[in-house]
Write a protein that binds this ligand. Sequence first.
Ligand code: ADP
Length: 497
Amino acid sequence: KYSTFAAVENPETPVKVNYTQLLIDGKFVDSVSGKTFATYDPRTGDEIAHVAEGDAEDINRAVVAARKAFDEGPWPKMTAYERSMVLFRFADLIDKHAEELAALETWNNGKTYEQASKAELPMISRLIRYYAGWADKIHGLTAPADSAHAVQTIHEPIGVAGQIIPWNFPLLMFAWKVAPALACGNTIVLKTAEQTPLSALYAAKLLHEAGLPSGVLNVVSGFGPTAGAALASHMDVDKLAFTGSTQTGKIVLELAAKSNLKPVTLELGGKSPFIVCKDADIDTAVELAHFALFFNQGQCCCAGSRTYVHESVYDEFVQKAKERALKRTVGDPFKAGIEQGPQIDSEQFEKILRYIRSGVDNGATLETGGERLGDKGYYIQPTVFSNVKEDMLIAQDEIFGPVQSILKFKDIDEVVRRANNTSYGLAAGVFTKDIDTANTLTRALRVGTVWVNCYDVFDAAIPFGGYKMSGQGREKGIHCLSNYLQVKAVVTPLKNP
Ligand code: ADP
């Protein structure tokens, strides 16, 4: 059982940490206060490095730099083609340094190196190229008028964008935020998550190497209630984009409203249903449901964390889901063949274990797992609960860990009602061979993404975002551009009066 697990006794330093300061106006600088904070290796809980700790004063310095870069140029005044070429060169540099970036990501986050290097880094450079391609294809329209006027629309960058990102996909979230904002000609102050400050600093340095002018992208490491709140409430930030918990999303939306009413896009939590219908091929469904939940240590906002299985195949599914979880290889994320590394930090680790205890206390059947693994770092056994009922905490709250909850359903109307009976609406998985069932479910589910017979497909052109309390607005694809553009109408009489 979990035979591949090996605690990391003396981990080697996987990669050199070159950048630990704040990046403001094109230069790495210490914070005004001189304060630093430690960032950790989740495999052991050991310190990796100390990084500069930004707070309100540093955010302000960064906003001043971004404002100047926006108002005085050259960035918004460069041709769109020139901006596009900076992004294309950036993508090439990401590819060139992919191994170091993936190593930083694994070291600071605990995700497997295989996932970081083979899945995430290629996705990141692909997404940057996607938005590089958009930069010179953004343009307005001419519109008809009832009077004798010529009407045109001009799509302009909004200005200084504030961006706050989480720790579960540090570099991917950096790319999702930065690439579209830059393609549209904005300047940026980005705050990384306090758990994972390292990879974004490295990537930001590469972006400058690719030709980004000083002040266009400023990166501030720091904590939420200080640096994050200062950014959300800054009077000279023109737009805010946030990814994180629903609870914090409400706070930043309020801060934005109370300050200068900056428009806000939010990508928040979820409790996504994964629905296995009676006609499904069970082995494939088990594998996909397993992936939908356990991917990235279960630390995905769109994790398929409510596995609904039709009663006619329920017992077989549960048995096979348990067997699959038992086979999951957990251990040092740098080792080949490992599927699951440690959780991000002690806080999340303890929270997940509390949820597991609540599942047991509330009478769900613990099929496998439920404990920590080893005595070092934040490893948790892949955990499967069956006989989960709707009102249990594990069926309602976002656990953000390797805990699969399997529920039973009888018919499609019922599962739609139950799947939608949540304040979240981020994603859903539908597993069926029947086209009518697929059509019914895809239309009835109140979520931003429905994956039919697949899960977690994240191409650059596919929009991503939530219904209800899972968020506002969409990232990726063509839809994200409008988050970073103002539309100006210009009206001219056809004949001078
Ligand atoms: P999690 O609970 O998964 O860490 P959060 O929503 O707290 O998720 O964190 C996501 C991002 O939001 C992080 O960059 C964090 O620092 C930031 N953050 C947390 N609290 C606040 C806040 N009060 N104001 C602004 N940003 C915050």
